[in-house]
Design a protein around this ligand. Structure first.
Ligand code: SF4
Length: 356
Protein backbone atom coordinates (compact mmCIF):
# COMPACT_ATOMS: atom_id res chain seq x y z
CA UNK A 1 0.00 0.00 0.00
CA UNK A 2 1.27 3.47 -0.91
CA UNK A 3 2.04 5.51 2.19
CA UNK A 4 0.43 8.93 2.72
CA UNK A 5 2.90 11.80 2.59
CA UNK A 6 1.95 14.10 5.48
CA UNK A 7 4.80 16.59 4.90
CA UNK A 8 2.42 19.24 3.55
CA UNK A 9 -0.56 18.54 5.80
CA UNK A 10 -1.83 21.50 7.78
CA UNK A 11 -3.22 20.92 11.25
CA UNK A 12 -6.88 20.35 10.38
CA UNK A 13 -6.07 17.88 7.63
CA UNK A 14 -3.67 15.99 9.89
CA UNK A 15 -6.21 15.83 12.72
CA UNK A 16 -8.75 14.33 10.32
CA UNK A 17 -6.24 11.67 9.33
CA UNK A 18 -5.41 10.94 12.98
CA UNK A 19 -9.10 10.50 13.71
CA UNK A 20 -9.32 7.88 10.95
CA UNK A 21 -6.28 6.15 12.49
CA UNK A 22 -7.98 6.28 15.89
CA UNK A 23 -5.19 8.47 17.26
CA UNK A 24 -5.89 11.33 19.67
CA UNK A 25 -6.01 14.61 17.73
CA UNK A 26 -3.65 16.45 20.12
CA UNK A 27 -0.77 14.50 18.57
CA UNK A 28 -1.37 16.55 15.41
CA UNK A 29 0.32 19.68 16.71
CA UNK A 30 3.18 17.64 18.21
CA UNK A 31 3.85 15.86 14.93
CA UNK A 32 3.80 19.07 12.89
CA UNK A 33 6.13 20.76 15.39
CA UNK A 34 8.58 17.88 15.03
CA UNK A 35 8.50 18.22 11.27
CA UNK A 36 8.36 21.96 10.70
CA UNK A 37 9.91 23.40 13.85
CA UNK A 38 12.54 20.82 14.73
CA UNK A 39 13.21 19.47 11.23
CA UNK A 40 12.60 15.83 12.18
CA UNK A 41 11.20 13.59 9.45
CA UNK A 42 11.51 10.25 11.21
CA UNK A 43 8.54 9.19 13.36
CA UNK A 44 10.82 7.03 15.53
CA UNK A 45 12.67 10.16 16.74
CA UNK A 46 9.51 11.97 17.89
CA UNK A 47 10.11 11.41 21.58
CA UNK A 48 6.81 12.72 22.97
CA UNK A 49 4.70 10.45 20.74
CA UNK A 50 3.68 7.08 22.15
CA UNK A 51 5.02 3.85 20.65
CA UNK A 52 1.59 2.78 19.44
CA UNK A 53 1.03 6.08 17.59
CA UNK A 54 4.51 5.93 16.07
CA UNK A 55 3.79 2.39 14.94
CA UNK A 56 0.56 3.42 13.20
CA UNK A 57 2.19 6.43 11.56
CA UNK A 58 5.23 4.45 10.52
CA UNK A 59 3.08 1.84 8.77
CA UNK A 60 0.76 4.23 6.97
CA UNK A 61 2.49 7.57 6.56
CA UNK A 62 5.69 9.08 5.27
CA UNK A 63 7.32 12.53 5.53
CA UNK A 64 8.94 13.34 2.21
CA UNK A 65 10.19 16.62 0.74
CA UNK A 66 11.73 17.43 -2.66
CA UNK A 67 15.48 17.17 -3.04
CA UNK A 68 17.97 19.71 -4.36
CA UNK A 69 19.34 18.79 -7.77
CA UNK A 70 21.41 21.91 -8.44
CA UNK A 71 22.45 25.07 -6.64
CA UNK A 72 23.87 28.33 -7.99
CA UNK A 73 25.17 31.14 -5.77
CA UNK A 74 25.49 34.64 -7.20
CA UNK A 75 28.11 37.19 -6.23
CA UNK A 76 25.24 39.47 -5.07
CA UNK A 77 24.12 36.85 -2.52
CA UNK A 78 21.19 35.51 -4.54
CA UNK A 79 20.95 31.72 -4.46
CA UNK A 80 18.95 29.63 -6.86
CA UNK A 81 18.01 25.99 -6.42
CA UNK A 82 16.64 23.46 -8.84
CA UNK A 83 14.57 20.82 -7.05
CA UNK A 84 13.91 17.40 -8.44
CA UNK A 85 10.27 16.47 -7.95
CA UNK A 86 10.25 13.26 -9.96
CA UNK A 87 11.92 11.93 -13.10
CA UNK A 88 12.26 14.86 -15.56
CA UNK A 89 10.21 17.13 -13.30
CA UNK A 90 12.04 20.06 -11.77
CA UNK A 91 11.11 23.32 -10.11
CA UNK A 92 13.06 26.39 -9.03
CA UNK A 93 13.33 28.49 -5.87
CA UNK A 94 15.31 31.66 -5.31
CA UNK A 95 16.74 33.24 -2.15
CA UNK A 96 17.25 37.00 -2.29
CA UNK A 97 18.99 39.33 0.12
CA UNK A 98 17.36 42.72 0.18
CA UNK A 99 18.04 45.75 2.37
CA UNK A 100 16.59 44.50 5.63
CA UNK A 101 14.81 41.36 4.63
CA UNK A 102 15.38 37.90 3.26
CA UNK A 103 12.94 36.80 0.64
CA UNK A 104 12.33 33.36 -0.73
CA UNK A 105 10.62 33.02 -4.10
CA UNK A 106 8.86 29.66 -4.44
CA UNK A 107 7.22 27.73 -7.27
CA UNK A 108 3.64 26.51 -7.22
CA UNK A 109 3.44 24.34 -10.34
CA UNK A 110 5.71 22.23 -12.52
CA UNK A 111 5.73 24.41 -15.63
CA UNK A 112 2.93 26.82 -16.40
CA UNK A 113 -0.04 26.73 -18.71
CA UNK A 114 -0.29 30.51 -19.15
CA UNK A 115 2.64 30.88 -21.54
CA UNK A 116 3.48 34.55 -21.05
CA UNK A 117 5.66 35.60 -23.96
CA UNK A 118 8.48 37.01 -21.77
CA UNK A 119 8.78 33.96 -19.52
CA UNK A 120 10.93 30.89 -19.89
CA UNK A 121 8.75 28.66 -17.71
CA UNK A 122 5.76 28.99 -20.03
CA UNK A 123 7.91 27.84 -22.97
CA UNK A 124 8.30 24.42 -21.38
CA UNK A 125 4.57 23.80 -21.04
CA UNK A 126 2.67 22.60 -18.01
CA UNK A 127 3.10 19.30 -16.22
CA UNK A 128 1.16 19.37 -12.95
CA UNK A 129 0.31 21.26 -9.79
CA UNK A 130 2.72 20.95 -6.89
CA UNK A 131 1.40 19.25 -3.78
CA UNK A 132 1.49 21.31 -0.59
CA UNK A 133 4.40 19.10 0.58
CA UNK A 134 6.33 20.22 -2.50
CA UNK A 135 5.56 23.90 -1.96
CA UNK A 136 6.38 23.93 1.76
CA UNK A 137 9.19 21.48 1.02
CA UNK A 138 11.09 24.21 -0.83
CA UNK A 139 11.05 26.34 2.32
CA UNK A 140 11.82 23.40 4.59
CA UNK A 141 14.79 22.16 2.57
CA UNK A 142 16.18 25.64 1.89
CA UNK A 143 16.15 26.56 5.60
CA UNK A 144 18.27 23.51 6.35
CA UNK A 145 20.50 24.12 3.36
CA UNK A 146 21.15 27.76 4.30
CA UNK A 147 22.27 26.67 7.74
CA UNK A 148 24.62 24.13 6.17
CA UNK A 149 26.06 26.78 3.81
CA UNK A 150 26.55 29.11 6.76
CA UNK A 151 28.34 26.71 9.09
CA UNK A 152 30.58 25.68 6.22
CA UNK A 153 31.50 29.33 5.50
CA UNK A 154 29.95 29.26 2.04
CA UNK A 155 27.61 32.11 2.96
CA UNK A 156 28.48 34.63 5.64
CA UNK A 157 25.21 35.42 7.34
CA UNK A 158 22.32 33.32 8.47
CA UNK A 159 19.07 35.08 9.19
CA UNK A 160 15.52 33.86 9.33
CA UNK A 161 13.61 34.01 6.08
CA UNK A 162 11.29 36.96 6.59
CA UNK A 163 9.33 37.12 3.34
CA UNK A 164 7.79 34.57 1.04
CA UNK A 165 6.74 35.35 -2.50
CA UNK A 166 4.98 32.82 -4.66
CA UNK A 167 6.39 34.17 -7.87
CA UNK A 168 8.40 31.22 -9.15
CA UNK A 169 7.26 28.67 -11.70
CA UNK A 170 3.52 28.43 -12.23
CA UNK A 171 0.34 30.38 -11.54
CA UNK A 172 -0.39 29.85 -7.83
CA UNK A 173 -4.10 30.63 -8.07
CA UNK A 174 -4.55 27.72 -10.47
CA UNK A 175 -3.31 25.46 -7.66
CA UNK A 176 -5.54 26.89 -5.00
CA UNK A 177 -6.05 23.97 -2.58
CA UNK A 178 -2.38 23.12 -2.26
CA UNK A 179 -1.51 26.79 -1.98
CA UNK A 180 -4.06 27.17 0.84
CA UNK A 181 -2.61 24.24 2.81
CA UNK A 182 0.84 25.74 2.39
CA UNK A 183 -0.34 29.15 3.60
CA UNK A 184 -2.04 27.67 6.66
CA UNK A 185 1.21 25.92 7.56
CA UNK A 186 3.56 28.86 7.14
CA UNK A 187 1.28 31.35 8.87
CA UNK A 188 0.78 29.10 11.92
CA UNK A 189 2.74 30.58 14.81
CA UNK A 190 3.65 27.10 16.09
CA UNK A 191 5.67 26.41 12.93
CA UNK A 192 6.96 29.06 10.51
CA UNK A 193 5.01 32.03 11.88
CA UNK A 194 5.32 34.20 8.78
CA UNK A 195 2.97 37.15 8.98
CA UNK A 196 0.40 37.72 6.26
CA UNK A 197 2.03 41.05 5.40
CA UNK A 198 5.20 39.18 4.49
CA UNK A 199 3.58 36.71 2.14
CA UNK A 200 2.89 37.80 -1.43
CA UNK A 201 1.02 35.72 -3.95
CA UNK A 202 1.80 36.83 -7.46
CA UNK A 203 -0.88 36.15 -10.03
CA UNK A 204 -1.43 36.80 -13.71
CA UNK A 205 -4.94 37.89 -12.67
CA UNK A 206 -7.08 34.78 -12.19
CA UNK A 207 -10.15 36.57 -10.84
CA UNK A 208 -11.97 33.65 -9.13
CA UNK A 209 -8.68 32.66 -7.47
CA UNK A 210 -8.08 36.21 -6.21
CA UNK A 211 -11.56 36.23 -4.72
CA UNK A 212 -10.99 32.92 -2.91
CA UNK A 213 -7.51 33.91 -1.82
CA UNK A 214 -8.86 36.89 0.10
CA UNK A 215 -11.84 35.02 1.53
CA UNK A 216 -9.85 32.04 2.80
CA UNK A 217 -6.25 33.13 3.20
CA UNK A 218 -5.96 36.90 3.54
CA UNK A 219 -2.39 37.47 2.36
CA UNK A 220 -0.89 40.12 0.09
CA UNK A 221 -1.41 40.10 -3.63
CA UNK A 222 0.72 41.13 -6.60
CA UNK A 223 -0.84 41.31 -10.04
CA UNK A 224 1.24 41.02 -13.19
CA UNK A 225 -0.17 43.80 -15.34
CA UNK A 226 2.71 44.68 -17.70
CA UNK A 227 0.50 46.63 -20.13
CA UNK A 228 -2.22 49.25 -20.06
CA UNK A 229 -4.24 48.06 -23.05
CA UNK A 230 -5.69 44.67 -23.89
CA UNK A 231 -3.97 44.34 -27.24
CA UNK A 232 -0.49 44.58 -25.75
CA UNK A 233 -1.35 42.68 -22.57
CA UNK A 234 -2.77 39.79 -24.57
CA UNK A 235 0.42 39.69 -26.60
CA UNK A 236 2.49 39.54 -23.43
CA UNK A 237 0.06 37.45 -21.38
CA UNK A 238 -2.48 35.36 -23.33
CA UNK A 239 -4.57 34.90 -20.13
CA UNK A 240 -5.72 38.48 -20.75
CA UNK A 241 -8.18 37.08 -23.31
CA UNK A 242 -10.03 35.47 -20.41
CA UNK A 243 -9.48 38.02 -17.62
CA UNK A 244 -8.84 41.34 -19.29
CA UNK A 245 -7.72 44.65 -17.81
CA UNK A 246 -11.21 46.04 -17.49
CA UNK A 247 -12.49 42.91 -15.71
CA UNK A 248 -9.58 42.98 -13.28
CA UNK A 249 -9.97 46.60 -12.27
CA UNK A 250 -13.75 46.34 -12.06
CA UNK A 251 -13.27 43.43 -9.67
CA UNK A 252 -10.77 45.37 -7.51
CA UNK A 253 -13.05 48.39 -7.48
CA UNK A 254 -16.10 46.34 -6.50
CA UNK A 255 -14.42 44.57 -3.59
CA UNK A 256 -11.86 47.14 -2.48
CA UNK A 257 -13.58 47.96 0.80
CA UNK A 258 -14.64 44.41 1.50
CA UNK A 259 -11.69 42.18 0.68
CA UNK A 260 -8.53 44.21 0.43
CA UNK A 261 -6.97 45.59 3.60
CA UNK A 262 -3.43 45.73 2.22
CA UNK A 263 -2.27 47.47 -0.91
CA UNK A 264 -2.27 45.48 -4.14
CA UNK A 265 1.11 45.49 -5.86
CA UNK A 266 0.93 46.01 -9.59
CA UNK A 267 3.89 44.36 -11.30
CA UNK A 268 5.07 46.02 -14.50
CA UNK A 269 8.02 44.49 -16.32
CA UNK A 270 9.98 47.13 -18.24
CA UNK A 271 10.50 45.98 -21.83
CA UNK A 272 12.48 48.22 -24.13
CA UNK A 273 10.39 49.69 -26.93
CA UNK A 274 7.37 47.61 -25.94
CA UNK A 275 5.67 49.04 -22.85
CA UNK A 276 8.15 51.62 -21.54
CA UNK A 277 7.03 54.81 -23.34
CA UNK A 278 5.97 57.84 -21.29
CA UNK A 279 2.53 57.47 -22.82
CA UNK A 280 2.06 54.20 -20.93
CA UNK A 281 3.12 55.79 -17.66
CA UNK A 282 0.31 58.35 -18.05
CA UNK A 283 -2.12 55.53 -18.87
CA UNK A 284 -1.03 53.75 -15.68
CA UNK A 285 -1.71 56.85 -13.60
CA UNK A 286 -5.28 56.87 -14.91
CA UNK A 287 -5.73 53.13 -14.41
CA UNK A 288 -4.32 53.07 -10.88
CA UNK A 289 -6.25 56.07 -9.69
CA UNK A 290 -6.92 54.64 -6.23
CA UNK A 291 -4.82 54.39 -3.10
CA UNK A 292 -5.20 50.60 -2.90
CA UNK A 293 -2.42 50.17 -5.48
CA UNK A 294 1.32 50.47 -5.46
CA UNK A 295 3.45 49.72 -8.47
CA UNK A 296 6.64 47.75 -8.87
CA UNK A 297 8.67 48.36 -12.03
CA UNK A 298 10.71 45.28 -12.85
CA UNK A 299 13.97 45.28 -14.72
CA UNK A 300 13.80 42.41 -17.21
CA UNK A 301 16.45 39.72 -17.05
CA UNK A 302 17.39 38.61 -20.58
CA UNK A 303 16.28 35.06 -21.33
CA UNK A 304 17.44 32.82 -24.15
CA UNK A 305 14.84 32.38 -26.92
CA UNK A 306 12.80 35.33 -25.64
CA UNK A 307 12.85 38.36 -27.94
CA UNK A 308 12.64 41.12 -25.37
CA UNK A 309 15.29 43.24 -23.73
CA UNK A 310 15.06 45.30 -20.59
CA UNK A 311 14.53 49.05 -20.71
CA UNK A 312 17.66 50.95 -19.76
CA UNK A 313 17.84 52.21 -16.18
CA UNK A 314 17.49 55.87 -17.30
CA UNK A 315 14.22 54.95 -19.01
CA UNK A 316 12.99 53.10 -15.92
CA UNK A 317 13.83 56.08 -13.66
CA UNK A 318 12.09 58.45 -16.06
CA UNK A 319 9.00 56.20 -16.12
CA UNK A 320 9.10 56.03 -12.32
CA UNK A 321 9.27 59.82 -12.02
CA UNK A 322 6.18 60.29 -14.16
CA UNK A 323 4.29 57.78 -12.04
CA UNK A 324 5.46 59.43 -8.82
CA UNK A 325 4.40 62.83 -10.07
CA UNK A 326 1.03 61.25 -10.78
CA UNK A 327 0.78 60.37 -7.08
CA UNK A 328 1.63 56.67 -7.25
CA UNK A 329 3.87 54.74 -4.87
CA UNK A 330 6.53 53.25 -7.14
CA UNK A 331 9.40 50.89 -6.42
CA UNK A 332 11.93 49.41 -8.82
CA UNK A 333 13.03 45.79 -8.67
CA UNK A 334 16.48 45.51 -10.15
CA UNK A 335 17.87 42.31 -11.62
CA UNK A 336 19.28 39.94 -9.05
CA UNK A 337 21.54 37.00 -9.66
CA UNK A 338 22.73 38.26 -13.04
CA UNK A 339 25.69 35.87 -12.99
CA UNK A 340 23.48 32.84 -12.33
CA UNK A 341 20.26 31.69 -14.03
CA UNK A 342 18.03 33.63 -11.65
CA UNK A 343 15.05 34.43 -13.87
CA UNK A 344 11.93 32.32 -13.67
CA UNK A 345 12.44 29.07 -15.58
CA UNK A 346 16.04 29.81 -16.62
CA UNK A 347 17.85 27.21 -14.55
CA UNK A 348 15.10 24.70 -15.24
CA UNK A 349 15.33 25.38 -18.99
CA UNK A 350 19.09 25.10 -19.03
CA UNK A 351 19.07 21.90 -17.03
CA UNK A 352 16.24 20.20 -18.90
CA UNK A 353 17.64 21.15 -22.33
CA UNK A 354 20.96 19.67 -21.32
CA UNK A 355 19.36 16.40 -20.27
CA UNK A 356 17.27 15.96 -23.43
S1 SF4 B 1 5.17 34.65 -15.98
FE1 SF4 B 1 4.21 33.37 -14.40
S2 SF4 B 1 2.12 33.08 -15.17
FE2 SF4 B 1 3.34 33.76 -16.94
S3 SF4 B 1 4.06 31.85 -17.92
FE3 SF4 B 1 5.64 32.50 -16.48
S4 SF4 B 1 5.19 31.35 -14.61
FE4 SF4 B 1 3.33 31.32 -15.86
Amino acid sequence: MKKINIAGFEIIKLKKLLKILNVNYFHGIQILKWIHKKGVCNFILMSNISKLVKYKLFNLCIIKFPIIEKEEISSDGTIKWLFKISKNNYIESVYMLEENRITLCLSSQIGCVLNCSFCNTGKHGFNRNLYSSEIVGQLYVIKKRLYYLYINNIIFSFNEISNIVIMGMGEPLLNFNNLSSFLLLIRNNSFYNISKKHIIISSAGIIPGIHDLYIYNDVSLAISLHATNDLLRTKLMPINKKYNINMLFKFFCLYKNVLFDAKITIEYIMLKGINDYNYYAYKLIKLLNDDIYKINLIQFNIIKNVNYVSSLMERIYCFQNILKQGGLIVTIRKIKGLDINASCGQLFGKFVNKKI
